[in-house]
Structure formats: structure tokens, C-alpha cells
Design a protein around this ligand. Structure first.
Ligand code: ZN
Length: 300
């Protein structure tokens, strides 16, 4: 497997972690959406964070959606992931490009293309109403915004690190990230303050996750380097991939929800309609007979 997420714990179970390598799936998103360099970095970071947050879900059928509403040129981002590390996403304006950061010409200006806004986290765990949490964006750099979400909305001390390195030919050279969370203190003989201090120092050294990946680091060795003398236990490894589960039936459901009157109008116009999936760009065509069929379901 080329892209994967590891789940594990460290320091006698006082910390849990998720670490991912996601180059292939970010490249797939770039190919599907024709993402610009800065949009590859922005959506790639959110896909990586979303894939790991999906892997935090308890049940296989849980679905997590991260939605960023923002005033920057990208116009907004959506990522959906499930508990098995299937992830998909899109940007409202995927091809917009802005200059790199002024202070560092090597760095794509993700914060600049995202701007100010709000992050919504929607967890569908099969209940009637999904759980919805939100927090304001702090920098638009995605990792910091997710860190703030965990602190504000879920009250869990969390460190999120995400990176996407875009190559000279615009393809994705490296992508990955990790999320570490301090779990509520138990009496396990671990000095939590010392652990927190050590992590703060080590995290400061992890400024460029893609730089470490360029040096040959993988999620496993990254977690060992991060936790050093504290024991690291890897519980499992999930294959991560870009996957869309759209179907004509699902799109039919979306058409049905726009209302009888509008569907009737489309039928009267007598032309087939095309509906494109935002996530994978697959085109679904509904001719007049299909539309009549949708109306007839509605009557039942
Ligand atoms: Zn699709």
C-alpha cells in the first residue's frame, strides 16, 4: 500500500496518535480537479487531516465531513472521509493561483488562498441528526485550524501537523501528516507535564513534515522520532485512498429533493439534464424518461 494511516498510542497510552502518508491520494485529487499548486496544498492538507479524523471514528459506517467556508480566492473546501480511510474532497475554485509567501518563496500561501472563515466538522454516526461542531479559522493554514477546532469544540489538547510538497512539474512530491492527542490523565506513572514539554520541543523541530519525508521518514519512524524515549505502540495500519461512492441512485435522490415543480419544468423543456459529482467529476445524464421516473417515485 502506498498511502496509509497508522493508529497507535505512546507513553503508556497517555497519548494517541494518527500518522499518514497521502501522496497518491492528493495527486489523485489534483488530477481529478485540475488543482493549481496552492490549491493542491490547501485541499491536500485538508484531505490528509480529514482522512486521519475519519480514522478516529468508532464505527465503520461513520462519515466525517470537514467544510471550510472562507473569504479567500479558493472560495471554500469540502472533504468527506469514512472510518476506513476512504477520502474525497473538492475546492470551490480549484484552479485559482496566488503568489508564494513573501518571506519564503518556497512556501505556497495556503493561508492566503483560504483567508478568513469558519471550519465546520460534521460527524454522521447514523443518528437522526449528525453532530456538528465548528470553530473560526485562525490562519487558514489548515493544521492550525484543526488544532483550534479540537481545543475549542472538543476540548482535547491536540497537535496537528500537515504538509504537501508540490514538485516543479506541479505533481505532488510528498504529502502527509499526524495528529497527536493527550488523553485524560490516569495514574500510569507518566509525568504528563514533562511529556507535554518534551512534545512541545520535538514538535517545534517538526516544522516541515514533507522535509522529513524527503529524508526518507515514514509515519512509523516519524512517531518514533517524535516520542523518543516514550514507548510507541502501533495498533493498526489502514490503506488510505481517494474514493467516491457516488451513483446514479444517489444523484437521483439529490434531484428529487429539488421539488416537483422544478422537475416538472425540466420535463417540459424536454432536454436531458447533466449532473456532475463535485467529488469525482463523474457526469450523470438524466433524460426526460428518467425525470418522469423520479416524479413517479415521489408520488408513492
Ligand atoms: Zn463522485
Amino acid at each position: 500500500m502506498s498511502d496509509y494511516i497508522i493508529r497507535g498510542t505512546a507513553a503508556s497510552g497517555q497519548v494517541r496518535f494518527f500518522a499518514a502518508t497521502t501522496r497518491e491520494l492528493v495527486e489523485e485529487a489534483r488530477r481529478i480537479h485540475g488543482l493549481s499548486r496552492v490549491c493542491t496544498a490547501a485541499l491536500g492538507r485538508l484531505l490528509t487531516g480529514g482522512a486521519m479524523m475519519g480514522a478516529m471514528c468508532k464505527n465503520d459506517t461513520d462519515v466525517l465531513t470537514l467544510q471550510i467556508q472562507c473569504d479567500g480566492p479558493i472560495g471554500g473546501l469540502v472533504v468527506t472521509a469514512d472510518a476506513r480511510a476512504n477520502v474525497k474532497g473538492y475546492a470551490i475554485r480549484p484552479t485559482v493561483e496566488i503568489p508564494p509567501k513573501k518571506d519564503n518563496k518556497e512556501k505556497l500561501d495556503v493561508g492566503g488562498v483560504v483567508g478568513n472563515g469558519v471550519l465546520h466538522v460534521i460527524k454522521d454516526i447514523g443518528l437522526k441528526e449528525p453532530y456538528v461542531g465548528q470553530s473560526n479559522l485562525v490562519s487558514g493554514e489548515i493544521a492550525e485550524d484543526l488544532t483550534t477546532y479540537f481545543a475549542v469544540s472538543e476540548q482535547i489538547p491536540t497537535a496537528v501537523c500537515l504538509g504537501v510538497l508540490v514538485d516543479k512539474d506541479d505533481s505532488v512530491k510528498q504529502a502527509g501528516g499526524f495528529i497527536i492527542q493527550m488523553l485524560p490523565d490516569g495514574d500510569k506513572g507518566v509525568d504528563m507535564d514533562a511529556l507535554a514539554d518534551m512534545l512541545e520541543l520535538r514538535l517545534a523541530a517538526f516544522v516541515s513534515i514533507t522535509g522529513l519525508m524527503e529524508d526518507g521518514m515514514v509515519p512509523e519512524t516519524m512517531m518514533e522520532a517524535l516520542f523518543q524515549d516514550y514507548d510507541v505502540v502501533i495498533h493498526d495500519k489502514l490503506e488510505a485512498k481517494y474514493a467516491c461512492n457516488c451513483s446514479k441512485e444517489r444523484v437521483e435522490g439529490a434531484i428529487a429533493s429539488i421539488g416537483r415543480k422544478d422537475i416538472q419544468e425540466m420535463i417540459e423543456e424536454g432536454k436531458p439534464i447533466e449532473v456532475k459529482c463535485h467529488f469525482c467529476n463523474k457526469n450523470y445524464v438524466f433524460d426526460v424518461e428518467d425525470l418522469k421516473q423520479i416524479l413517479s417515485y415521489d408520488e408513492e
